[in-house]
Every structure is written in C-alpha cells, then in structure tokens.
Ligand binder design. Sequence first.
Ligand code: AMP
Ligand code: ZN
Length: 114
Amino acid sequence: MTDCLFCKIVAGEVPAEIVRESERAVAFRDINPQAPTHVLVVPRAHHPNAAALAAADPASLAEVVAEAHQVAVGDGVADGGYRIVFNTGREAGQTVFHVHAHVLGGRGLNWPPG
Ligand code: AMP
Ligand code: ZN
C-alpha cells in the first residue's frame, strides 16, 4: 500500500527505532510510548487488522505473536508479564489500518484496560 505509514516503515521510507526483524514481521518502538516497553509488531505485508491477517495468512499472525514475545524477552518484561493488544476498529482506538500488535510492559497494567 503506497499510502500506509507502517508499509513505509517496513520499506525503510519512514524512520523508526527497529527492535527486531524476522522473515515476515518487523518490530519498532511506538513513537508515543504508553509504558516503559511499548513496541509495535507488524507483518511486512499489508493487512488492515488481526482478523484479516488471520484469514489471509495465519502463519504471519503466528509470527507477529512470537516476535511480540521475543520483544518482551529482549526488554526484560516477559517474566513479570506484558500485554499484547490489537486495537481493531475506530471505536477501539485503531488509527493505523495496517495490523499491529502493541507490546506493553514495564509497569503495572490495569485490568480491564480503558
Ligand atoms: P493504534 O491507535 O492502535 O492504531 O496504534 C497506532 C500506534 O502507532 C500509536 O500508538 C502511535 O503512537 C503509533 N505511531 C504513529 N506513528 C508512528 C511512527 N511514525 N512510528 C512509530 N509509532 C507510530
Ligand atoms: Zn500497510
């Protein structure tokens, strides 16, 4: 997608602080972090949300989740606990329609989330 911010980050056309890269996924730090660890994990291919990715390419969704865990391990928050969030749709706060897993950790995380 030519006009997608996260496609541009994957392509290296927009700078980002890349944390990890795998065959089908890229992880980078959120520009407006909501926790000490706040990393976004995206598939390289453009899909609008998690359900679309699950339907089109379940292996990539699995890789996004596995990479999210490796991000948590790398940031030292895997043992204490972390959260993976897929905001899906505008009313849930999705603003970028290229599926992304938020990996949040490093502070107490309230439940239920706001
Ligand atoms: P969402 O609201 O779930 O769609 O999440 C989009 C996230 O992308 C937000 O947390 C933003 O802070 C983050 N974001 C927006 N632009 C950038 C960027 N250029 N680099 C890194 N993160 C970004
Ligand atoms: Zn995209």
